[in-house]
Ligand binder design. Structure first.
Ligand SMILES: *[C@@H]1O[C@H](CO)[C@@H](O)[C@H](O)[C@H]1NC(C)=O
Ligand SMILES: *[C@@H]1O[C@H](CO)[C@@H](O)[C@H](O)[C@H]1NC(C)=O
Length: 304
């Protein structure tokens, strides 16, 4: 049995998901956003300008629209953050691969107005970059690692209607306390950041003997060569603004036999560790659009 902790696991998944090629399974891109239209903007005291449902679309006139303009001051000079728009040294290639940064949207070409990229789903009630690093799309990857729930004797557990129970690895978010898919931001061509490699080694491999390390890495490599793309596109996230938004590509890695990653002991229920196998049930509530992503994994696996 392997024991992994939260950071090591997240980094491992980001590392592996960069090496693979995928078949596109499902491509139902969101067409409305709502989580980024309500209340105060995160890490600010700014209230979003009200955007009624019929005024979300940029093509609908909204003369009174006057959203607050916010860029989190802590972004300034961060290596993952773009400079300000208007900075003479900042010449972004919108809708393109721009050096190490993908400014391509899965939702198709986005508009540029007065030098600012426009949110492809419409108004959010706040302009500027908010807390996001990039103007335009901010690319994340969300790995959904699944297994069938098993009893101690190894037999599959069954739930209502005698159906097997699918479980996935969830992490508890530090900011909102909600359970979420263990994703992270990615840049194209970045196989893995230096920091991620270091953390991964420190946290996952140090406690193992050399032979165990080699065996463990091999099994995990094989497991992560079988991913399927579940979703790619815009994410309805409370951090999105009129000019910056999150997009993700979600992969499913499924351990049908429960003999590889399915063996990972994740200290079930230990909130201090903040990573565990969670049953996918109809009433499951997760962070942002994660509920929808996880539901499509369930549909796929039950169908097969
Ligand atoms: C927001 O404020 C910045 C800094 O004052 C300014 O450069 C920028 O044009 C403003 N953004 C929008 C979308 O109005
Ligand atoms: C891309 O990233 C690599 C490694 O961090 C760096 O050496 C290189 O200069 C970057 N290229 C561009 C175009 O930013």
């Amino acid at each position: 049995m392997y024991t992994l902790n939260r950071n090591a696991l997240i980094n491992l998944l980001i590392i592996k998901s960069n090496f693979m090629s995928w078949s596109i399974l499902m491509n139902s891109i969101l067409t409305v956003h709502s989580k980024c239209r309500v209340g105060f903007y995160p890490r600010s005291n700014l209230k979003r300008f009200p955007v009624p449902d019929d005024k979300v679309d940029w093509s609908t006139e909204y003369k009174q629209y006057n959203p607050p303009n916010y860029t989190f001051p802590g972004l300034h000079g961060k290596p993952y953050a773009d400079p300000e728009i208007g900075d003479p040294n900042f010449e972004p290639l919108w809708n393109s691969i721009d050096g190490n940064i993908s400014r391509v949207s899965y939702n198709g070409p986005y508009q540029i107005v007065n030098g600012f990229p426009l949110n492809p789903l419409g108004r959010t009630g706040i302009c500027g970059r908010g807390v996001l690093g990039r103007w335009g799309p901010n690319h994340a990857a969300d790995p959904i690692i699944s297994r069938w729930k098993r009893l101690d004797n190894g037999n599959m557990a069954v739930g209502v209607n005698n159906k097997p129970i699918l479980q996935f690895i969830a992490i508890k978010r530090g900011d909102t306390g909600e359970w979420a898919i263990p994703g992270g931001m990615v840049d194209p061509g970045e196989k893995v950041s230096e920091t991620a490699i270091r953390e991964f080694k420190e946290e996952a491999l140090n406690s193992l003997s050399l032979a165990d390390k080699i065996q463990w890495e091999k099994e995990i490599d094989e497991f992560f060569s079988e991913g399927e793309v579940i979703y790619q596109g815009y994410v309805d996230d409370c951090r999105n603004t009129d000019n910056s938004w999150i997009e993700t590509i979600a992969y499913n890695f499924h351990d049908e036999s429960g003999l590889t990653v399915g063996l990972l002991k994740l200290h079930a229920g230990d909130d201090a560790v903040g990573v565990r196998w969670v049953d996918i049930t109809p009433d499951l509530k997760l962070y942002a659009s994660h509920t929808e992503i996880v539901s499509s994994v369930l549909k796929l696996r039950i169908k097969n």
